[in-house]
Design a protein around this ligand. Sequence first.
Ligand code: NOJ
Length: 553
Amino acid sequence: MDFKSGVIYQAYIKSFNDTDGNGIGDLKGITEKIPYLEKLGVEMVWINPFYPSPQNDNGYDIADYYGIDPMFGTMDDFDELIEVAEQHGIGIMMDLVINHTSTEHEWFQKALAGDEKYQDYYILREAPEGQKYPTNWVSKFGGPAWEPFGDTGKYYLSLFDPTQADLNWRNPEVRKEAADIVNFWMNKGVKGFRLDVINLIGKDEEFVNSTGDLDQEKSLYTDNPIVHDYLKELNHRSFGKYPEFVTVGEMSSTSIESCIGYTKPENDELDMAFNFHHLKVDYPNGEKWTKAPFDFLELKKIMNDWQIGLGENGGWNALFWNNHDQPRAISRFGDDKNYREKTTTSQAHILHFLHGTPFVYQGEEIGMTDPYFDEMDQYQDVESHNAYDSLIEEGKSHEEAIEIIKAKSRDNSRTPMQWNDEKHAGFTEGTPWIEVADNYKVINVENELENGEIFNYYQKLIQLRKDMEIIQIGAYEPMFLEHEQVWAYRRKHDDQELITFSNFYGDPITLDISNEVEDGDWDYLLGNYGEKAFHKNLELAPYEAVSFIRTTE
Ligand code: NOJ
């Protein structure tokens, strides 16, 4: 796939489509829906991990890189998926989690049993005198970042769940294992990889205490320059040999500068990078587990900085509102009760016309919302449960804590895909591993395809990107950056100019654009309220998005 003109769909396999009634989505379920994805127009599907795993972090704790967990199907199912997808012009992107393995992985088990070769696959340290752990670092899921390594007196580094042990990339054998894994799946016909928290693989040899400030602490193990060396090496040994192969690195707490390095084609590292700064605009003082309004100006500023930063320096952005780690953007930044359709289409519009590769997360194309679960036992995610316990420990009431979980839990996006208005939204004939959102009678694929406007709008956005170079590679310039209600920008390419406006709120507004936009023959290109004439006093309805285009002399 040409990642500059194509769009990628994310299928959270566990919640996508269950064909065997075990309540968990599976590979056959994805195969069955390939024609649906073709209809949408996407060229690649990123599938979250389906390797054998104890599922303590929903598959991001891999116990065998070369297998398929029986709950998701078999290798034959996988081969069939590759084949069917290819027949429909869709490539399969897998998720590569090589910053850490499950502690159930054979390597870790051998290490625990005393095998020195495998002990060097992990990061094992002793605690210095007077300290409980090798360093004072905290894990991203709460608690210390070190766990006792059997009865050796040593500790292993675990930046996520205690059952996810960080790998030692300083060991050349680990780097060789990583390349072997990529080559194995490439030989099976995989066309892309998403690399999980890949900017964390370069740890220093020396482990030092942080000051206790979380940002300073992250800088001790994030975006270390050696990550670039490791990525180049991996690239040269595997996917770099195939120019059509698509790679996207998931970058934890990263910087523009690092991502330019990771994604500049001449560096031979990755094609593009996900960053999450724009999805922290409702974290007051960096604190995720709070309920707070989002900062619109900050959101625009961050997106603008990344557009300019990567766009003008040869880098490439991965563009997204949603994924399996985030609440749904229409519930978070929009009005999913009164303007669900317009919020969805307007958010999609403003994102898809930017510079980068758009990702569509399952359910986005039909306007799925957060499920608003009220009880903790409806949530399955380890991070959400840890956060709830900490909030209660801090003295919050159950009601206060649940309001926060409801706003921020990763499970908000992990509820089953809503296919129709039948039991469990047509996702499974068994009992789903996580409850279906109770709005599925109205919000579902069947209804959307018959009566809706969202799926159809996504089709148009995806087709326009395929057709128009200005959307793919046009230069980006901001407009109205300080405006508190409207998000706007222009793109320029050859003799074309494209302007886009989105009213990000529910109040209508008339915007005087005469100082920003030159006179000319502006043609309507696309809008979520239908065709409208260009006007210097641009009237925008609630959550309206519209683009105009002209040819300059
Ligand atoms: C990022 C993944 O998207 C997330 O789901 C997972 O918990 C962490 N990486 C750890 O692998």
